[in-house]
Design a protein around this ligand. Structure first.
Ligand code: ADP
Length: 193
């Protein structure tokens, strides 16, 4: 079966994680942030090392290990009873992050909506990431050159994912607003159907 899925999409720092965490507390929604899955890995494991190598440069981890790890995480969450594919809607944040990943997941996901959290001011993104670096001890947020590279990677590799899923699934959300207002905008779409 395909997983019924909502995608949270947007630049690093746009607030996908904040919204995903809140949505994941609603019954029958299961939030999965790909970056969190990577950060939960032991740094001395093979894939943990690969993650550190790429993320510390502001680049994407190669697609095969990323999708393998993601599948392993979802299978584990299903087996341990945290995710119930029959009832739950998957809220994905940070994956798929390029068109190839979207293609690799095409047989697995039934994407019902994509929320594009648009932040018009790059300065805001950079500020949010720098604040998060202190709070969450994230190496990739700590260095301004790495942040710039992540924003470039997003423009070059991730943005084409918007066109992959097309206009019918796309909901643009103004991510310059407060988290509460962003949430209201997302929920308004979700409760329409
Ligand atoms: P942000 O959204 O702020 O960039 P994430 O926590 O989503 O932060 O991702 C942190 C890093 O983890 C990325 O810069 C990348 O190196 C790696 N990563 C996360 N998700 C993916 C993915 N789907 N494909 C490849 N790399 C990923």
């Amino acid at each position: 079966m395909k997983y019924r899925t909502l995608l949270l999409f947007g630049a690093p720092g746009a607030g996908k994680g904040t919204q995903g965490k809140i949505l994941g507390t609603i019954p029958n929604f299961f939030h999965c942030a790909c970056g969190d899955v990577f950060r939960s890995l032991k740094t001395d494991s093979k894939i943990g090392e690969v993650f550190l190598e790429y993320s510390s440069r502001g680049e994407l981890v190669p697609d095969e290990p990323t999708i393998d790890l993601w599948r392993y995480f979802i299978d584990g969450s299903t087996k341990t009873g945290r995710f119930h594919p029959q009832q739950d809607t998957l809220v994905l944040d940070g994956i798929p992050r390029n068109v190839r990943q979207a293609e690799m997941l095409q047989d697995t996901l039934e994407v019902v909506a994509m929320f594009y959290l648009r932040c018009t001011q790059v300065d805001h993104l950079v500020e949010r990431l720098q604040r998060r670096a202190l709070k969450e001890n994230r190496l990739d947020d700590a260095n301004i050159d790495v942040i710039r590279n992540r924003l470039k990677t997003y423009d070059r590799e991730s943005k084409p994912v918007l066109a992959f899923y097309g206009k019918n699934l796309l909901h643009r959300i103004n991510a310059d607003q407060t988290p509460a207002k962003v949430l209201v905008d997302i929920l308004r779409h979700l409760t329409k159907a």
